[in-house]
Design a protein around this ligand. Structure first.
Ligand SMILES: [Zn+2]
Length: 457
């Protein structure tokens, strides 16, 4: 009989093949040498039990290995044990290589399809896959960031938490939710979390509370782009309030030009400053709101906290009363988050990197190409996990060692030294690699087979 299985320790005795399945009977063995409970070597055979073990599909058909598993009884501790071939997973009636296969496949294909290939329940695939990925994500040993970014992204029907290392520009984790409990549990699991010095976030109180409780020494810095967005919204409120008094054509023109109004004045090019000026002259209230938006943006340019605070106070004081309601949400936000907003001038970090990463993820995955959240998270964290130094060029003329009886020196040469290994720190997913992944999905080269809706059941 040819060795159809290629599993050391298991000898194929009979093969029955039908349309869907290979049933393979393997020979009985007597391998156990000692009791796993007490170590006694005086084991007594205690009958056999036939078990069916799932293995990798062969030629597209399911494979069941039928195995008369030898049972043993220990005379010293009276406990029973069973033969445990190396090729078999310790916890499931599966080969180890099938567990690996399900893990890899689950990163690319829906669980139902994998379950169908193997001949097990979908719940089993899900369970195996979760254990497999969790183990590997743990093994990544992603570092605790010194400068942490907290943000959220709406993805696959839920608001998800995103944690980044804004100093190293890597992804630390994707969380299924962004609520206080989920974020707190994740931060609590970070090794040496007292190393976190700065945390940048938007003005969302649950994040703040979690950081206060778990990393009390860290300084929270509100992301300045989130703050500036409030100022832009103030301008938008004034623009929208003018709509009623405009004829339709002018209203559409003003809406089309809102992009210019929201742009920083110094970034306007060509005719753009003239267009903005025309609108501001035609509608003095819009002009005042535009100047307020620009004036607020200018505060970020102050070099120190005291000047910035003084600049902000002057900005509030000088604001015309008729546009003040439009900017009130900004003023209220700054009142509520004063320390964290102005901390920026001592620690000028932002969440721009996190936003950028969110944009990349959103670009495709929420458009619905079929990943479940868990699969997307695992894929990004696993496949694109390490920020590694590039590998050296392929050595075309390796210095082969002279043949000798021992091959171990050769293997030693291939392993990185401890110093080399230390130069490949593990920080999390690299942004550039993540962008490649998203683009690959976009191109359809990595597209899962089932529609996205099917996974949302
Ligand atoms: Zn024993």
């Amino acid at each position: 009989m040819t060795d159809l299985l290629n599993l050391p320790g298991l000898t194929v005795e009979q093969v029955v093949e039908d349309e869907h399945q290979y049933s393979i009977k393997v020979g009985r063995r007597r391998e156990r040498t000692h009791c796993p409970h007490c170590g006694s070597v005086a084991l007594r055979p205690n009958g056999t039990r036939e078990v069916r073990i799932h293995d990798l599909p062969i030629h597209g058909k399911r494979v069941g290995i039928w195995f008369d598993r030898q049972r043993f009884l220990c005379p010293d501790c009276s406990k029973s044990s069973a033969d445990q071939p190396d090729a078999l997973d310790a916890d499931r009636r599966m080969t180890k290589r099938l567990v690996e296969w399900i893990g890899e496949q689950g990163l690319r294909r829906p669980f139902t399809a994998i379950a169908d290939d193997v001949g097990v329940a979908e719940a089993t695939v899900r369970d195996v896959w979760s254990g497999w990925t969790e183990e590997r994500i743990q093994a990544l040993n992603i570092r605790t960031p010194t400068w942490m970014g907290l943000d959220e992204i709406h993805l696959l029907g839920q608001t998800r938490g995103v944690i980044t290392d804004v100093g190293q520009r890597t992804l630390v984790d994707f969380l299924p939710k962004r609520d206080k409990g989920t974020v707190a549990r994740r931060i609590a699991r970070m090794p040496h979390r007292d190393q976190i010095e700065l945390v940048t976030m938007d003005m969302w109180r649950p994040y703040w509370t979690v950081v206060r409780e778990l990393v009390p020494k860290a300084q929270v810095v509100v992301d300045r782009w989130h703050v500036q967005r409030y100022a832009n919204e103030g301008l938008e409120r004034v623009r929208k309030s003018l709509r009623a008094e405009l004829p339709k054509k002018r209203r559409i023109a003003l809406k089309d030009d809102r992009r210019l109004l929201l742009k920083r004045g110094c970034d306007l090019k060509g005719m753009e400053p003239l267009i903005v000026e025309a609108w501001c002259n035609e509608f003095p209230q819009l002009g005042a709101a535009y100047r307020a938006k620009e004036g607020f943006a200018a505060i970020w340019g102050w070099g120190n906290e005291a000047d910035a605070r003084a600049g902000y106070e002057a900005w509030v004081r000088d604001m015309p009363a008729d546009i003040r309601p439009a900017f009130q949400p900004l003023i209220t936000a700054i009142t509520n988050w004063e320390a964290e907003v102005f901390a920026y001038f001592r620690h000028p970090i932002t969440n721009a990197f996190t936003e950028c990463m969110n944009g990349l993820i959103r670009l495709d995955s929420h458009a619905g190409r079929g990943f479940s959240f868990e699969a997307l998270r695992a894929k990004i964290l696993l496949k694109y996990s390490a920020k590694r130094a590039p590998r050296p060029k392929f050595d075309k003329a390796p210095a082969f060692p002279a043949p000798s009886g021992r091959s171990s020196t050769f293997f030693c040469m291939m392993l990185p030294s401890r110093e080399e290994a230390a130069r490949w720190p593990m920080y999390g997913a690299d942004l550039d690699e993540l962008a490649d992944l998203i683009q690959a999905i976009e191109r359809g080269t990595d597209q899962p087979r089932v529609p996205f809706e099917a996974l949302l059941r």
